[in-house]
Design a protein around this ligand. Structure first.
Ligand code: ATP
Length: 502
């Protein structure tokens, strides 16, 4: 395939900067960067990297929170033709070594607060650690002898980003996403949400994660709108920014919607500008969606995807019928189907695994041909998520294959039980998990966090659920917690939930 400059993901920024250099691109409280300034800064980063010997295809890590420097480093690496390896900012030294060694990274940009952990990893991986200090950074990149004015040409199928999965089922694997994958997925998001230069998107999702990168950063930069950043999600701060910047686009994981909804001062902020609210990353409880829409007067669209699918695979469409509890229909250019264990197509209504094909499916796992061959067959990516599709082609996720609880031979899908918990007016968050059981193999348990000021006993909650589901499904143990453990995106981390001693 012939390489053209426009095939590079860096093109989103250069195109918006050429169109509208003085339009704000990024905001972090009082700091505002225009497209012209952001683009100019990336030229210096790219020039600096080239000066350091970074060549097209070389991998470079980023360990930065949601600050404008993330975008400067991200598009700077891409402009130089490099491959971005986004890293979770919470990683410790021994972990950063893996994320830099595995892809053979030559350098890593690390925020000053995480420089020690990044440096430890970089030393072990033989990579250079470039410390990003908000005050000295502009001077540092400004000192690059040559600014890289034209992005290095990349082909559609050249790798742009390697996104590591969180590794719940073994060593993390790097999903290799091409310029074509990332560009097309962000374009799909821009079109789906109708984003234009008047878009003011809340940058609440971590940019190192696929959802925040594609739907937040890349889609907004392509549209030429503003991304207003929160370095670390906080519902009060989110509400403040929505009011301050007249935010009209909010993309988040369901726990963010829940946290904003239940914030004690939620009603006192002006949130009337919100137009597009998109949820993804995990199942949006129907009751939370309904309550959010009622309180804020803005429709919530739920979508679905994985890091391996850039990430967006399906969404509820703003102009079509929206079905609460559904992840919608495949986005343009993507096919989805539900298959049995042998890979045969299943008819509407039957539960099986979601398989995905299209421009969003990764090239493969970095340096893991066996894992790639297992995950992608005949161009179909096997997601590990269980779902059914209805007669209209809407998909409904039943649960993750690995979260399924098998109680004495009966299948219990935690999501179904969680939805019932969320119908209880005192419940803020609920997670249904497997507990080891000598005779049954697994038993059903539930950890529940209550809304502020609520006072309900575990027994009352258990009775509420027992009343509404088959006897083999209701949780035999229910316990209250202040907070459920969450990962960096805000997704509930079920693997960290354990039943307290009886
Ligand atoms: N709307 C949704 N409803 C239900 N589940 C969803 C939805 N959107 C995403 N998911 C879940 O999120 C998963 C993809 O998330 P991601 O690629 O971010 O990986 P992760 O959860 O961080 O880590 P890992 O897959 O390594 O455990 C999907 O496989 C699916 O289980």
């Amino acid at each position: 395939m012939s390489a053209t400059a426009t095939a590079s993901l860096a093109g989103f920024l250069t195109e918006s900067a050429a169109r509208n250099p003085d339009h704000p691109a990024l905001r972090l409280d009082d700091v505002v960067l225009t497209y012209g300034q952001l683009n100019g800064a990336t030229m210096h980063v790219a020039g600096m990297l080239q000066e350091k010997g970074i060549e097209p295809g070389d991998r470079v890590g980023i360990m930065l929170p949601n600050v404008p420097h993330f975008a400067i480093a991200y598009y700077g690496i891409l402009r130089a033709g490099g491959v971005v390896v986004p890293m979770n900012v919470l990683l410790k030294g021994r972990e950063t070594a893996f994320y830099l060694k595995d892809p053979g990274a030559k350098a890593v940009f690390a925020w000053k607060d995480f420089a020690e952990a990044a440096q430890t990893g970089a030393d072990e991986a033989g990579a250079e650690c470039i410390v990003v200090d908000p005050t000295g950074f502009i001077e540092l990149i400004g000192s690059a002898p040559v600014a890289c004015e034209t992005p290095v040409e990349r082909a559609d199928d050249d790798t742009a980003v390697i996104l590591y999965t969180s590794g719940t089922t073994g060593t993390p694997k790097g999903a290799e996403l091409t310029h074509g994958n990332m560009r097309r997925n962000a374009i799909a998001a821009t079109e789906l949400f109708g984003l234009g230069e008047d878009a003011v998107a809340l940058g609440a999702l971590p940019l190192f994660h696929s959802f925040g990168q594609t739907c937040g950063l890349n889609a907004t930069m392509r549209a030429g709108g503003v991304l207003t950043l929160i370095p670390r999600f906080d519902p009060g701060k989110a509400l403040e920014i929505i009011q301050r910047d007249k935010v009209n686009v909010f993309e988040g994981v369901p726990t963010m919607f829940g946290a904003i909804l239940h914030h004690p001062d939620a009603g006192s902020f002006d949130t009337s500008t919100l137009k597009v609210c998109a949820s993804g990353g995990s199942a949006m409880p129907v009751e939370v969606m309904k309550a959010f829409e009622e309180k804020f007067g803005c429709k919530v669209l739920e979508g679905y995807g994985l890091s391996e699918t850039s990430p967006v695979a399906s969404f509820n469409h703003p102009d079509r019928e929206r079905k609460p509890g559904s992840i919608g229909t495949p986005i343009a250019g993507v096919e989805m189907k539900v298959v049995d264990d042998e890979g045969n197509d299943l008819p509407a209504g039957e539960v099986g695994e979601i398989a995905i094909k299209g421009h969003n499916v990764m090239k493969g796992y970095w340096d893991r041909p066996d894992a790639t061959a297992e995950a992608i067959k005949d161009g179909w990516f096997f997601s590990g998520d269980m779902a059914k599709v209805d007669e209209d082609g809407y998909f409904f996720v039943v649960d993750r294959k690995k979260d399924l609880i098998i109680r004495g031979g009966y299948n219990v899908y935690p999501r179904e039980i969680e939805e019932v918990f969320y119908e209880h007016p005192a419940v803020r968050e609920a997670a249904v998990v497997a507990m080891k059981h000598d005779e049954l193999g697994e038993e059903v348990g539930a950890a529940v966090a209550l809304k502020d000021g609520e006072d309900v006993t575990p027994e009352e909650l258990q009775a509420f659920v027992k009343d509404q589901v088959a006897a083999y499904k209701y949780p035999r143990r229910v316990w209250l917690v202040d907070e459920l453990p969450k990962g960096p995106t805000g997704k509930i981390l079920k693997r960290e939930i354990q039943a307290p001693e009886a």
